[in-house]
Design a protein. Structure first.
Length: 486
């Protein structure tokens, strides 16, 4: 299982490192520069976050439910799939009605309502795509799922590159960008369905109300996880738009930094999406998930912390290079979000293990506390610090989620998570952060990149050394793991 995990992580990392940065830096950044922070923030980013707030109705936890249940019982695919697909169709209609109906009563202009309708439809399509991908992964086709994770962005890059650079006289509008996303998702859904066709032959699609009710009851805890998780990661842009008189501008600034943060987090999210069915299968086979958790959490913690340490000294330079409307304010927002990335990455692995272990209600309680705390922090910080306040609220919330997540895992799932293991995490983080701060104070800015990169590399090897006493990171064990499944 760990060998399969490493192979798929390699595929996942390679595909995402090629496609996602190209999309964020080549397409999304260009679109925001062409539209400006006010238009991008008010007519796209804030509306997208608003549509995400209703994700409970759009998915109702079906993706996570499918990943866990089908991984436990692959033979149940033919039994569940037709009813789940019918249920998703009903939920999609309710979702669109809720989003557009509430926005109408809030007094959104007709042009914004059109954009919101298109964005909501795209989220419905994405929900169906994730549903198909969760079935593909649950059936054991991890490598196909890894490639599908970037397919929609590949097609979006192709379409937008033609519109922006292939048609120089073309005047780009927000709805052009949204419709390009629609087309790219449709193409990817077609590919996913082609993969599932052999499993769908002979399957009868029908709508059975008793089945729908039973599935709703089973997926309700997963829906709570999805709802609260969406709230504490998406409510900030919406609150920026509605709490500040110039909220569109600040939502646009936050969106610029958040897009980079989201690109980093997407790797962690895909990482955890791959871990969830693997954890579930380990439980089905009666094996301990701790070695796989230790490997996954250690890799993400190292990657997350070193990414933050390398990028933070250059937060202003990065934003200035990327965005034409840059001010130092943009760099500070990006800086606060950077420090929340390591905690966010770890929380994805924790969440995947909690769901796989069946501790869904515990996970929903954890994310529920995080959602209410994030709303309260945003309400306090945004009027004073604006977009920086939203980023600071994100940092505090993510750190709290990780601490509470380790406590839950230790008590409910992994008694092996002793204090010594957690101290290694903290020791590595504190030591490398302090060392980078010393280098930043002593070395001229022109030499900082070399210094930080060298220190980060040394920090990575330090983490491996700190874990060298554990079996999963001994070099002999690595080589054996690559040769066969253990």
């Amino acid at each position: 299982m760990k060998r399969e995990f490493l192979i798929n992580i390699a595929i996942l990392a390679t595909a995402n490192l090629l496609i996602k940065p190209l999309y964020v830096f080549g397409i999304d950044r260009t679109v925001q520069n062409l539209l400006g922070p006010d238009v991008y923030g008010g007519a796209y980013s804030a509306l997208l976050s608003y549509a995400y707030l209703f994700a409970l109705l759009n998915d109702f936890g079906i993706q996570n439910f499918t990943a866990r249940e089908i991984s436990h019982q692959p033979s149940a695919f033919a039994q569940y799939f037709p009813h789940l697909l019918s249920l998703k169709g009903i939920l999609a209609i309710l979702y669109m009605a809720a989003v557009l109906g509430s926005a109408y009563f809030l007094g959104l202009s007709p042009s914004l309502l059109v954009n919101l309708a298109l964005l909501s439809f795209n989220l419905v399509l994405i929900s169906f795509l994730f549903f198909f991908r969760s079935n593909i992964a649950a059936l054991g086709h991890y490598r196909v799922d890894s490639l599908l994770s970037v397919a929609d962005k590949f097609w979006l890059i192709t379409i937008m590159a033609f519109l922006i650079w292939g048609l120089p006289s073309f005047e780009l509008k927000v709805h052009h960008f949204i419709l390009a996303q629609t087309l790219s998702i449709f193409i990817t859904i077609g590919i996913a369905l082609h993969v599932l066709v052999p499993q769908l032959r002979g399957m009868r699609f029908s709508l059975s109300l008793p089945w729908v009710w039973r599935l709703l009851r089973k997926s309700l805890p997963y829906a709570a996880v999805l709802f609260f998780g969406t709230i504490y990661t998406r409510v900030d842009s919406v609150m920026l738009k509605f709490l500040l008189p110039d909220g569109d501008y600040h939502a646009g600034v936050y969106a610029a930094a958040y897009r980079l943060w989201e690109m980093l987090n997407m790797f962690a999210f895909l990482f955890a999406s791959l871990l969830l069915p693997m954890f579930a299968r380990l439980y089905r086979e009666g094996k301990s998930p701790f070695p796989l958790f230790r490997l996954g959490a250690g890799l993400l913690w190292m990657i997350g912390l070193l990414t933050a340490l390398v990028c933070f000294p250059f937060r202003h330079i990065i934003m200035q290079v990327l965005y034409t409307h840059f001010t130092p304010y943009w760099g500070e927002v990006w800086g606060w979000l950077l420090w929340s990335f390591p905690a966010s990455a770890l929380s994805y692995v924790q969440g995947a293990l909690l769901l796989a272990a069946g501790k869904v209600r515990k996970a929903s309680m954890l994310y529920g506390i995080a959602a209410f705390a994030n709303i309260a922090l945003n309400a306090v910080y945004i009027p004073v610090f604006k977009a920086e306040g939203a980023a600071l609220a994100t940092l505090i919330t993510q750190l709290a989620v990780v601490v509470m997540g380790f406590y839950l895992l230790r008590r409910e799932v992994l008694p092996e998570l002793d204090l010594r293991y957690l101290c290694r995490f903290c020791a590595f983080g504190i030591a490398t952060t302090f060392a980078v701060w010393i280098f930043e104070q002593l070395i001229p800015q022109s030499h900082m990149l070399i210094a930080v990169c060298a220190l980060s590399l040394a920090g990575g090897f330090s983490l491996l050394w700190l874990y060298s006493e554990t079996k999963s990171l001994k070099w002999k064990y690595w080589l054996e793991m690559l040769k066969k499944d253990t």
